[in-house]
Design a protein around this ligand. Structure first.
Ligand code: WTA
Length: 635
């Protein structure tokens, strides 16, 4: 079966076949890729343990699909085009041939420094081509990459390195984001103090700021690459990987505890990212594709690196931020590089909207053919603005719903195939079987209904486990409802059977499209001296989608509340990273708790939202009077 559906009828046919005969469907789709050995069985699964295995017995290397196979017909076409944070710095282009060579050379750097199949390697880097090269070099030798977003703190990095027991780290001296420099190596040095498992650190020179280099441990990227070249090590055979060998770990927040390491494996992830990329964006050869995400998040993994490269696309990597040097930067990039497909987040659209049309009006956006949205529900105003002012009413908007755990997009229009509707992710991809359930787990059938979104059958990109703790994977995703994967999202299905995701129904917040757990932020706040207890909830925020509202009980009333708030925010930045800084901190003397001691977040959420006349039943509270006090002093 060909990979790409080309019209709605073909979509419907593919969908039907994928449900009636999932193994037949995904077996035929998998024929479109390069395998070292074919599978014995397409799928073996149960959601009870869970145990999910795709393409049993098959072997492959995903980088042969990203790189080697394109050398036959696309060797001199661009694979990656890079745009610097600084608009005056020259672009860089890597053709498939060049990228192949860089990846192979860096794969040797990893090997020569002791890395081998199955080892975990932490990547903490700016958005430069070398990050994609490092990702692919790990995959080349079968090492498991764990990319940590450049905005996380030393403590967060250390937690992730320790959890995965990474033996190697790849980082850079610093990273430029707008006017700011983030001193990555310095932060990494602080993290490594508590990580004896790290034996080698490879440091890319990017910002040219001074770094400390420890003899025997730290090595410069460029000198190591030169050393490999002088040894003639610029080609590197691809390690033969089992389809179910881990490809990478990516940490993501849940409703409890520390972030968990979501594990994706080689075969299914490859098939699923390529299939979804091709069908959703309807990528055509030669087109310029620009996804504005960071490779530190799943969107960057699946739709900057793997999906596009497997499909031989030209993927644009942008180092900077949408508002530097001004709010026209995205449109400058579209204009300059003739971008055909733009994939960004609602939070970016909202933040650019507020600057008005001056930054859009003189830009030539006529190259655009498809627009994408990801990461959070898109509000109607942002959808319309994107449609009208960026797409000029002629580009379909693919509102793609998915998660770190799903590996790739599950519900989305296919560009120019599925009729779109503002704010709707529309219909499931072939192979994806969504169902809505009520609190008890009973299926809600029919249309014009809402419920909790679950998926009842595995797809090739589903997570296999959470690193080092399979039980956590089971309880988080497969134990809420029997035999279903629970997404944590609420969803409605309208009269046309179209899906609209309404947001998380658990204690996970979505701040500017970044997932942050309330418990994580509370733990960080509680580290601040004098804090006795805290409760954190999300509240609607015009730009970020959600903001963080913290209720904090202090041992004694702060003398300077403004200063105390700043200090608490600084503590959270230090422990997690600036993305988790609370927007509002209200000092309270008590929290609404049930008689069994459980914080009633529902009430705190309503107060944070400003919906204070509609708090529902508070009679079961231990002390209902705390609610009045919190209401009165609300920020
Ligand atoms: C939310 C990002 C509405 C959702 C790819 C999900 C969305 C969480 C959409 C996963 C969308 C993502 N519409 N909500 N198109 N896309 N979400 O793991 O709540 O960073 O559960 O993956 O983002 O966030 P994650």
């Amino acid at each position: 079966m060909k990979l790409q559906v080309e019209n709605f009828e073909e979509y419907e046919k593919a969908y039907q076949y994928s449900v009636e005969n999932p193994e037949g469907f995904w077996g035929e789709i998998a024929e479109n890729f390069v395998w070292k050995k074919k599978w014995n069985k397409v799928l073996d699964w149960n959601f009870k343990e869970p145990k999910i295995e795709w393409y049993q017995g098959a072997t492959l290397n995903i980088t042969e699909n990203c790189l080697d196979r394109h050398l036959l017909d696309k060797a001199d076409q661009p694979a990656i085009v890079w745009e610097s944070n600084d608009p005056n710095e020259a672009n860089k282009t890597y053709t498939y041939r060049q990228l192949h060579q860089e990846v192979c050379t860096f794969a040797h750097v990893l090997k020569q420094n002791g890395a081998k199949k199955g080892d975990r390697i932490c990547l903490y880097m700016p958005m430069v081509p070398e990050l994609a090269i490092a990702v692919l070099a790990c995959a080349r030798i079968g090492a498991i990459h764990s990319v940590v977003f450049g905005g996380f703190s030393a403590q967060s990095i250390a937690d992730r390195i320790q959890d995965a027991q990474c033996s190697m780290v790849v980082t850079a001296d610093g990273s430029h984001r707008g006017n700011k420099e983030i001193f990555l190596k310095h932060i990494m040095d602080e993290a490594i103090i508590s990580c004896p498992c790290v034996k080698k650190v490879i440091v890319l020179e990017r910002s040219k700021s001074a770094v400390s280099m420890i003899k025997g441990r730290d090595l410069f990227w460029h000198s190591e690459m030169d050393r490999m070249r002088s040894l003639g090590l610029t080609d590197c055979p691809a390690e033969e990987m089992d389809a179910e060998d881990p490809l990478f770990i990516l940490y993501t927040s849940g409703s409890t505890g520390k972030p968990k390491g979501v594990v994706h494996t080689c075969g299914g992830y490859m098939v699923f990212t390529a299939y979804t990329f091709q069908n959703i964006f309807q990528y055509q050869p030669g087109e310029m594709y620009f996804c504005t995400a960071d490779i530190g998040w799943i969107t960057g993994h699946s739709y900057i690196v793997y999906g596009p490269l497997i499909q031989g696309a030209n993927s644009l990597i942008f180092e900077g931020i949408p508002t530097f040097p001004d709010a026209g930067r995205f449109w400058d990039i579209v204009d300059k590089h003739d971008v055909n497909i733009l994939y960004t987040a609602p939070t970016a659209i909202r933040s650019l909207m507020q600057f008005g049309l001056d930054y859009v009006k003189d830009k030539n956006l006529s190259s655009l053919r498809v627009l994408g949205s990801v990461g959070e529900p898109i509000n109607e105003e942002a959808w319309n603005w994107y449609n009208e002012h960026i797409g000029k009413g002629k580009c379909p908007i693919v509102d793609t719903w998915w998660q770190t755990e799903t590996g790739g997009i599950l519900i989305s229009p296919l560009a120019n195939i599925t009729p779109t509707k503002p704010c709707y992710a529309t219909l499931p991809l072939p192979g994806v079987q969504p169902i809505l359930v009520d609190e008890k787990g009973d299926e809600i059938t029919g249309n014009g209904v809402s419920g909790n979104l679950c998926i009842k059958f595995p797809w090739p990109g589903i997570l296999r486990t959470t690193y080092g703790d399979h039980e956590r994977c089971r309880t988080n995703y497969f134990a809420t409802y029997e035999n279903l994967y629970f997404t944590g999202d609420g969803c409605m299905r309208d009269e046309d059977g179209y899906y609209r995701i309404t947001g998380r129904v658990d204690d996970v917040m979505n701040i500017s499209g970044h997932r942050i757990g309330t418990a994580e932020v509370e733990n960080a706040i509680n580290m601040f001296t004098d804090v006795i207890e805290s409760a954190v909830v999300g509240y609607p925020h015009d730009i970020k989608g959600q903001g963080i509202y913290a209720y904090v009980i202090m041992a004694s009333t702060p003398k300077d509340p403004v200063m105390a708030r700043k200090d608490i925010a600084a503590t959270v930045s230090q422990i997690i990273g600036a993305i988790a800084r609370p927007d509002k901190i209200q000092f309270v003397t008590g929290l609404p708790k049930t008689r069994s001691g459980k914080i009633m977040r529902r009430i705190l959420r309503k107060i944070a939202e400003g919906d204070i006349n509609n708090l529902g039943d508070t009679s079961t509270l231990l002390d209902p009077s705390v609610v009045d006090k919190i209401k009165e002093e609300r920020l």
